[in-house]
Design a protein around this ligand. Structure first.
Ligand code: RAM
Length: 381
């Protein structure tokens, strides 16, 4: 991004206001001065602390689907998350199980103990041999999984991705937790607000090949490139592989390598939990004169102690239980022939209502929610 004069920046803010180019959901009107509702780039902040615990769900008005065309006996559906230990995927599993119970279908969740693409390939081959009706997968690597998934599809198995996409030609549709652009931008906007648009920051991600984190990091870089963020400098993207110990150690390495580090963004529930713990151990958490600000994505239940201690002020997520529920319904609809991934197609997902398939076979669960001390106790997942 070229250097902008203050005049040009003002003009851009004005143009955004005129064009109504807001990326926000509960966005306030653009303000000319930097305030709590304005990003470092002078744009409206995406989202706002949610008033109700249902904010993560779509507001589709349709009533629950009778699912008349879905044959319960056909629903032999297997979920294959990045790993089966991560509490995020356990929460999604509970949602998928609830959907299976509603529809009278079968459900199993299998996968590696640690985030590992090669082991996911082996699991895809196993599920293919078992002749399951559908595989619902969150990818540790979009390309490494594709050949095995295509082999499964060639044998009639319906492939749905959720959370972290695979190569689009290796699946029917993708259940995305929220708009990727918003997820990426929100985290930078929160960090910018907490640091007053100034300081060295690092990103602590999951696996270097994770589709979802990589998509969000691209958006983060784009947000940081906007005029107004010149003094908020991204010094490193580190990878903790969604392994608690490795994520903890990477946090310590970042603190050592960058003594002036002012903030860490961790777009992974495993990474941010480990980082919060490491910061508190190092005396760099809430209440410290030398605090390193921390934001990112996490389950409210995992982040609660760190919000109470002031180590984390604000972070974002969606309800992973609803994501698992939606993904199961997508698999069921794909098996029934109601979902082919074509843009504009609609289908119903039980209590969540009606969804429309967007570009590139993507279905968006709903808007992300921002959590802080004011609303975190309203949530229990
Ligand atoms: C971790 C995983 C998952 C991601 C969340 C936010 O649990 O990397 O894929 O969506 O963080």
């Amino acid at each position: 991004m070229k250097k902008q004069t203050p005049m040009l920046r003002l003009l851009m803010v004005f143009m955004f206001a005129m064009l109504g180019l807001s990326t926000g959901i509960h966005a306030a009107a653009p303000a000319m001065a930097q305030d709590a509702n304005t990003t470092c780039a002078g744009e409206p902040m995406i989202g706002a602390p949610a008033a109700s615990p249902t904010a993560g769900s779509p507001v589709a008005g349709a009533s629950a689907s009778p699912a008349a065309t879905i044959d319960p006996a056909s629903l032999n559906i297997a979920f294959l998350p990045k790993d089966v230990v991560n509490p995020y995927f356990k929460t999604a599993e509970a949602g998928a199980q609830a959907a299976a119970t509603e529809l009278g279908g079968q459900f199993q969740q299998v996968g590696p103990q640690t985030s590992n693409a090669a082991e996911q390939v082996t699991w895809i081959q196993t599920l293919t041999q078992q002749k399951v009706a559908a595989i619902v997968v969150s990818a540790n690597d979009p390309d490494a999984l594709a050949p095995a998934l295509k082999d499964a599809a060639a044998q009639g198995i319906k492939v749905i991705s959720y959370d972290s996409d695979v190569a689009p030609d290796a699946r029917i549709a993708f259940a995305n937790q929220a708009d990727s652009d918003q997820i990426g931008r929100i985290q930078v906007q929160i960090m910018g607000k907490e640091l007053n648009c100034e300081g060295d920051i690092a990103i602590l991600s999951a696996a270097a090949t994770a589709t979802n984190q990589n998509a969000w990091i691209e958006v983060m870089k784009d947000e940081l490139a906007k005029p107004g963020y010149e003094n908020l400098k991204l010094v490193e993207v580190a990878y903790g592989d969604d392994d608690p110990q490795k994520s903890h150690d990477k946090t310590i390495e970042l603190l050592t390598a960058y003594p002036d580090l002012k903030g860490i963004i961790s777009p992974t529930t495993v990474g941010i939990t480990a980082a919060a713990q490491a910061l508190e151990e190092e005396g760099r958490g809430g209440g410290s004169d030398n605090q390193v600000k921390l934001t990112g994505l996490n389950l409210p239940n995992q982040m609660r102690p760190y919000v109470k201690s002031g180590t984390v002020e604000e972070f974002a997520l969606w309800d992973p239980g609803n994501l698992g529920y939606l993904a199961y319904y997508m698999a069921a609809n794909a098996i029934a022939g109601n979902l082919t991934g074509a843009e504009g197609e609609t289908f119903t997902a039980g209590k969540l209502g009606t969804y429309t398939v967007g570009p590139n076979g993507t279905v968006i669960l709903g808007p992300p929610t921002i959590f802080n001390a004011d609303n975190i106790d309203d949530y229990n997942f």
